[in-house]
Each structure stands twice: as structure tokens, then as C-alpha cells.
Ligand binder design. Structure first.
Ligand SMILES: [Zn+2]
Length: 320
């Protein structure tokens, strides 16, 4: 196992925000996401950079008919009804052409056809592992649906998972092993980045401090040594280092600080032979596409320099 620069993206379209955003408010951004994904892939390709795309399992389906055939019998019965994913079926279109917000197989094919990109899972239904009402059995059924649809559509197994909303439930790790998943993204070290149930994670202070930490160093450098990470039960935790927050138009004056903060953390990792794991959602690039792409290009160029100077490697989550 080598230390490396890692990128993971949570690909989810409407499924990642449907509990708190109306579809009409999301459409413009989701249309932009479909433009941003091939641009991102082009940039990854031209810079020879690999990434892991943790994909909501529903997005493997090409039609409503196909999707419904994979829905598990055991479904999460969340206490907060807004989280229940399958109520969305009443509104969903027949296929991707009719409903490009809830279906996403074409972008997934673009990802799959780009060299060096790993397709992981973000659970089948954007599953919330710390919410009341759901059980470990529901979670296992959800992941089994992911494994099956990936096998059926691509003939490939799934190695890596990113937990929706970063809701990490230690008790559920055994399930990963049962379904053949070995790598998971864990949260950045330190109290500031630990997730509790969603309501707690909305703690205002925690949110504010995380926001400030994007620009100014209040939580350290985010680098980690993969070789010193404990492997439990044959599972490998790949900690996140930083959320690559999208271009903020209102606070654009601070954008250079944000980029500088990321680049410094990457430099620290490269100099000390450590790993650095940047993550975001392709949906974050769906608005202000050009600005976001410019920033990504800047970061990938920086990585190239670090590769040349410090021999920093780059790999997918499943290559650790
Ligand atoms: Zn998500």
C-alpha cells in the first residue's frame, strides 16, 4: 500500500437532495451536472488522474421498469418520512429521456468508459445509516440491490462505498464484508468532521467552523498515512481529507484562500509521503461550471507538480 492523492465523487442526481429540495428548484443544477461530468472526465483523462465515483444504485437503471425490479423487499422505514426514497416512484418518469433528474445511466456510462475511473456505490437508495427507523437488515438488502444491478449491467463487482451524508455506523461494517465491499470512505479525523444523526450534524457551530476551515486552517492538514490505518475485519477505511466546496459567487473574494488551503494540504501530504483525499459531488459543479472546472484544473496541475517533485501517487479508493 502506497500513500497517494485520492479523489472520490458522490454521484447521486436528485436522490441526494430529494428530502429537502423540490425538483423544480433542482433542475437547472442537475442539467448543469450533465454538462459538468464529461468535462470533469476530460480533465481527469488529460491529467492522467483516477477517481472513484460512488454512485447511487438507482442510477444504474435505465427505466422505471428496470429500477422497480431491483427494489429490495426490505425497505427502510425512516421515522422522518421525507427520507423514504421509494415514495419518489410516484413522480418518476419512465426513463432517462423523460426524467434526466432521477435517472442517470448515460453519465454513468461516460464515467465507466473513461480510463482509470472506479465505479463504487453510494448505496442503492441514498440510504441513511444513522437515522431512526431503519435497521441493519434494511441496509444489507439495499446494498445487495447495488451489487446485483452492478453485476447485471456491467458484469463487475463493487469494491468501495461512500455513506450518504457521511453517516457512518460502525455496527454496519460487517454488512460490507457480507456483500463483498472492502473500502469505505471514513470522515476526516478530528471532532469537527464527525457525523452524528442528521439533526446533530446540522449543529450550527460545527457547520460554521467547517465553513471557516475551508479558508483558514483550524483543523490541521487533513493528510493521513494509509499504512497506519487499522484494518478491521479486512475492511479498509480511506479517510476523507476535504470537501472540495463549489465556487461561491457571493464570497468569491475568498475563493483563492480556499484553493490555497487545499493546495497547502496536498503539498504537506506529498512532502511527508502521506495521502490526501479530496471529495465532492459532480452536482456541485452543475452551477458556475466554468469557474468550478478552472479550479479543478488548477488542483490537478498542482497534483502534477507534486507528482514530479515528490513522486506523489494517485489512485482510486480500491487500489489501496
Ligand atoms: Zn449523497
Amino acid at each position: 500500500m502506497n500513500n497517494a492523492f485520492v479523489i472520490s465523487l458522490d454521484y447521486e442526481l436528485f436522490w441526494g437532495i430529494r428530502d429537502h429540495t423540490a425538483i423544480n428548484k433542482a433542475k437547472q443544477n442537475l442539467n448543469g451536472t450533465r454538462i459538468a461530468i464529461p468535462l470533469m472526465l476530460q480533465l481527469f483523462n488529460s491529467n492522467g488522474v483516477k477517481a472513484t465515483w460512488a454512485t447511487v444504485g438507482i442510477l444504474f437503471a435505465s427505466s422505471k421498469k428496470e429500477l422497480t425490479s431491483y427494489i429490495p423487499i426490505e425497505k427502510p422505514n425512516y421515522k422522518i418520512k421525507a427520507y423514504e426514497p421509494y415514495q419518489e416512484l410516484d413522480a418518476i418518469g419512465e426513463n432517462e429521456e423523460e426524467d434526466p433528474y432521477r435517472f442517470g445511466f448515460n453519465p454513468l456510462m461516460q464515467i465507466r468508459n473513461t480510463k482509470g475511473q472506479e465505479i463504487g456505490t453510494h448505496t442503492f437508495s441514498h440510504y441513511y445509516c444513522l437515522e431512526d427507523g431503519q435497521t441493519i437488515h434494511d441496509f444489507e438488502a439495499d446494498l445487495k440491490a447495488c451489487v446485483k444491478i452492478s453485476q447485471d449491467k456491467f458484469g463487475s463487482k463493487i469494491d468501495s462505498i461512500v455513506f450518504p451524508r457521511n453517516q457512518f455506523n460502525e455496527d454496519y461494517l460487517a454488512v460490507l464484508k457480507n456483500v463483498g465491499i472492502k473500502y469505505y470512505r471514513s470522515n476526516r479525523k478530528g471532532n469537527l468532521y464527525q457525523e452524528n444523526a442528521y439533526l446533530k450534524a446540522n449543529n450550527k457551530w460545527q457547520k460554521l467552523l467547517r465553513f471557516i476551515d475551508r479558508y483558514i486552517n483550524i483543523s490541521g492538514n487533513g493528510a493521513f498515512d494509509i499504512n497506519s490505518i487499522q484494518i478491521h475485519n479486512d475492511l479498509v477505511a480511506v479517510p476523507a481529507s476535504r470537501f472540495f466546496s463549489p465556487f461561491n459567487k457571493k464570497l468569491s473574494i475568498f475563493e483563492p484562500l480556499k484553493l490555497e488551503r487545499i493546495k497547502r494540504e496536498m503539498l504537506y501530504a506529498a512532502k511527508n509521503n502521506l495521502s490526501y483525499h479530496l471529495w465532492w459531488h459532480p452536482e456541485n459543479f452543475g452551477t458556475n461550471i466554468n469557474k468550478n472546472m478552472e479550479q479543478l484544473e488548477d488542483i490537478l496541475k498542482h497534483y502534477t507538480l507534486l507528482k514530479e517533485k515528490y513522486n506523489m501517487k494517485n489512485c482510486c479508493m480500491n487500489e489501496f
